[in-house]
Design a binder for this molecule. Structure first.
Ligand code: TNX
Length: 528
């Protein structure tokens, strides 16, 4: 007893220390919730709906991703998280054993979700993503990436914890066709550049890449039954460089890479004009009396070449080309060009288009063509790509065809931003960032409304564009505005809000290593 009393003061201080330790332990185990506002996140394209709950989810080394499937893009995301945070987060099959602090990727069968739609709920305890398709999950991950620190783009290590803003996102696209086009004919770009472009467009939820594979300056796709197309016609480009071409294996490689990112490749063989490279390789397909034996062309003019539309051999040739191309192309469209055939007589042009459309249908594909093709009788499921004359697009819808919107004055990425832009052309317009963004596909052409439009595409013609840096400079940031026009609802989209979002997003573009155009219209300074 005595002993007890003697020690009493010591016991008291021990009790106090123990209490302090207890308080400390309990405050540590009760996770501190860092406030974050989902509405402050810089998301492009802007989701259909976001509701912030003001808290956040922390991605830690204990985070597990429970997934309804084994998805390549999830593995890639996990690698990216590891690169920046050092956290080796685990992926596990979906199970009923929920563990606190996890991410759930559900392939659901929710009747309210479109194929490309997703829903995401972020709480301080979990992130739950629902989509009916793998593609929907892929888009959710693209959104989640934009909610991550920008270093996710470069893989640079960070020391701060990763907090994801809490709330609910519900998202789906406005249009099914959200595309970009790359002209690999005027200048050739190899498989790696094309893949990089696919990476870029898919970060913004685009799902089509149209490849302009042939033109006067170069034929870029190997056709085994007509080998000189690439062996002769592939070896030139604008300015006289060595050109190049995709072997069929290269092309298949691009197609499957694109598929892994839910992109459909839309291959274009431009005809009957824009065919000088093919005519150099096979002069028997030519019957232009003014230019009986065409030479390789390295200039930038258009509208001077034509296939000999009344020569039956031309259709044997095209049957072979389209057959080989259709076999390598899982996507539904073959693009037949059809633009600027200025040296083809009108009757011959129509005769030609009727025959070519039938060949495309015979190989199970749908016809896509520049709006000039509406001069002909269109196949029932043909799509017309509006670029120049609104009358052409109107003629197409009169024939019940649907329209792909690519007005040159708004979407052409080869147009200069202003008169000082070192690259590009300006025959359609100078297109600053505001002009590229302030338009709407459904109100652009009288008589053509939303239901007649399959979507939008941003073409990059490359007469003046020679490498990836230059591609980036002309495409960014206009391209991501087009991605938003294709995905996000028309209501609520406005330039004054978008330019502030873009101002913040520029940091991410820099981190992505993109050499983009820094427009004076975008506010920059400490708050951005
Ligand atoms: C028009 S748009 C073209 C292309 C050129 C482009 C340059 C279209 C269908 N034809 O052949 O490359 O202008 O801006």
């Amino acid at each position: 007893m005595q002993f007890h009393y003697i020690n009493k003061p010591i016991n008291l201080s021990r009790t106090i220390i123990s209490l302090l330790i207890l308080i400390l332990i309990s405050s540590c185990s009760q996770k501190e919730i860092v406030p974050k506002d989902l509405n402050e996140e810089v998301l492009i394209p802007i989701p259909v709906s976001t509701v912030s709950t003001g808290q956040s989810f922390e991605i830690t080394k204990n985070t597990i991703i429970f997934s309804d499937g084994d998805f390549e893009f999830v593995d890639k995301f996990v690698k990216e998280v590891k690169a920046i945070s050092g956290n080796d987060i685990q992926i596990a099959p979906m199970s009923s054993n929920h563990s606190s602090g996890s991410i759930y990727l559900h392939l659901s069968e929710l009747s309210n979700l479109d194929d490309e739609a997703y829903e995401m709920e972020v709480t301080s305890d979990y992130i739950a993503i629902n989509a009916n398709t793998e593609q929907g999950l892929f888009y959710a991950i693209q959104t989640l990436r934009q909610m991550m620190p920008i270093e996710i783009e470069s893989g640079k290590q960070i020391t701060n914890p990763i907090y994801i803003a809490s709330g609910k996102i519900s998202d789906f696209p406005r249009f099914g066709y959200r595309g970009a086009m790359l002209d690999v004919s005027r200048h050739f770009f190899d498989v790696d550049v094309v893949k990089k472009y696919i990476d870029y467009i898919t970060s913004y939820k685009m799902n089509r890449l149209h490849l302009h594979l042939s033109d006067d300056q170069g034929w870029r796709i190997e056709i085994k039954s007509w080998p000189k197309l690439t062996k002769v016609g592939g070896l030139t480009q604008v300015g006289g460089g060595k050109g190049g071409f995709f072997t069929q294996d290269d092309y298949k490689n691009i197609v499957s890479y694109a598929q892994s990112k839910f992109v459909t490749i839309v291959p274009e063989i431009d005809m009957p004009g824009h065919t000088n490279a093919a005519l150099v390789a096979y002069p028997e397909l030519n019957c232009n009396k003014k230019d009986p034996s065409p030479k390789a062309y390295t200039g930038m003019a258009v509208g001077f070449s034509t296939l000999c539309t009344r020569n039956p051999e031309v259709y044997t040739f095209l049957d072979d080309v389209i057959k080989e191309l259709a076999t390598m192309t899982p996507g539904e469209y073959i693009h037949i060009g059809g633009d600027e055939s200025h040296v083809t007589e009108k009757d011959d042009y129509i005769y030609f288009l009727n025959k070519v459309q039938k060949i495309v249908s015979k190989y199970g594909k749908k016809v896509l063509g520049w709006d000039d093709i509406s001069a002909a009788k269109l196949e029932p499921d043909a799509i017309v790509q509006h670029w120049a004359k609104k009358e052409n697009a109107q003629k197409a819808v009169e024939q019940n065809a649907k329209v792909l919107m690519t007005p040159a004055t708004k979407t052409y990425l080869d147009m200069q931003y202003d008169s000082t832009t070192p690259l590009g052309l300006h025959w359609a317009a100078y297109i600053e960032l505001d002009s590229a963004y302030i338009w709407d596909p459904a109100t652009m052409i009288e008589g053509i409304s939303e239901s007649q439009i399959i979507g939008i595409e941003a073409p990059l013609w490359t007469e003046t564009v020679t490498n990836l840096d230059e591609i980036e400079y002309m495409a960014f940031p206009r391209l991501i505005g087009h991605a938003e026009i294709g995905w996000s609802p028309k209501k609520g989209r406005n330039w004054d809000e978008y330019k502030l979002r873009l101002a913040k997003h520029e940091k991410r573009l820099t981190e992505m290593g993109i050499d983009f155009y820094k427009s004076d219209l975008i506010p920059r300074g400490s708050i951005f």
